[in-house]
Design a protein around this ligand. Structure first.
Ligand SMILES: O=C(O)CCC(=O)C(=O)O
Length: 267
């Protein structure tokens, strides 16, 4: 990470890394999703994410897929496997999570069209959660669960989508409910614009959520959630040998279970 990136991540709790994916990688991921789009479904209304918020309400749920993007047949799985241990992202995760970090869960798709609801803001420095935390000690950052959200379409200012309260990963006070519902003090909530090909990296300790989508086209984000190597937020289950044997050693290292000593280190 550059001096500027380190400063900005510590200050705000997130970073936008532009051009992390090449235009060909973005196109390959979008093509793969298009091939499987009949299995991408709106989130059921009974699992609405906008809660009681009128500001985040939408006429439909966001679009999700409930299949493993890493296990799709070739070539559809390839762009997502490249994201899993992407050379652009590895140095950031080594610095933010420590070497030996692992995929905690994902990848997941968040797709949105005009009219899709938002998601109530969640997370924050208080209450302290030892699985999704941010601390700065011994001259470096330590993070729990940390997200890399790959943008497959442009997100312009004002489109909605991912939003956060910059700096809230270090907050000492509980976030009031009406702020989480985006019904008070909206000026502290920042909508994060990012062109296609960007990786938005954020700590889950940041208060964050989703604004209803008002953009022209679709939002398509692929979220990978990583933990330090010794930590699990979401648990772990073994991946089939057929999948592991068909991956690079860097990709396989991401799917290791949580433990501390002698982890495979990816640099
Ligand atoms: O990307 C988004 O819109 C929200 C993601 C989110 O809430 C999460 O990862 O916990």
């Amino acid at each position: 990470m550059t001096e500027h990136e380190r400063y900005l991540f510590d200050l705000r709790g997130y970073l936008v890394v532009e051009d992390a994916l090449s235009p060909d990688d973005v196109a390959a991921a979008n093509d793969a999703l298009d091939r499987h789009w009949d299995r991408v479904i709106p989130r059921a209304r009974e699992y609405s994410l906008s809660g009681k918020s009128t500001a985040l309400h939408g006429e439909k749920g966001r679009l999700e897929c409930h299949f493993n993007l890493l296990s799709l047949e070739r070539p559809s799985c390839e762009p997502f496997r490249r994201m899993l241990a992407h050379p652009t992202i590895i140095p950031y995760l080594n610095e933010l999570l420590g070497s030996g970090f692992r995929l905690d869960h994902g990848p997941g798709l968040i797709a949105m069209e005009r009219g899709c609801e938002g998601h109530v803001l969640h997370g924050g420095g208080e209450p302290y959660d030892p699985s999704q935390f941010y601390v700065y000690k011994n001259g470096r950052m330590f993070n729990g669960l940390t997200v890399v959200s790959w943008q497959l379409t442009d997100v312009h200012p004002g489109d909605g989508g991912f939003c956060c309260i910059p700096g809230s990963h270090k907050s000492n006070c509980l976030c009031p409910v009406d702020i989480k519902l985006y019904e008070a003090h909206r000026d502290c909530v920042h909508q994060v614009a990012a062109p296609a090909g960007s990786a938005v990296i954020f700590t889950e300790a940041l208060t964050h959520g989703t604004l209803p989508w008002t953009g022209q086209g679709q939002r398509r984000s692929i979220l990978f959630k990583y933990s330090p190597g010794f930590l699990a937020w979401g648990g772990w289950s073994p991946s089939p040998d057929a999948l592991l044997n068909d991956m690079t050693k860097e990709q396989r290292a991401m799917l290791e279970p949580p433990y501390r000593p002698n982890r495979p280190v990816v640099t």
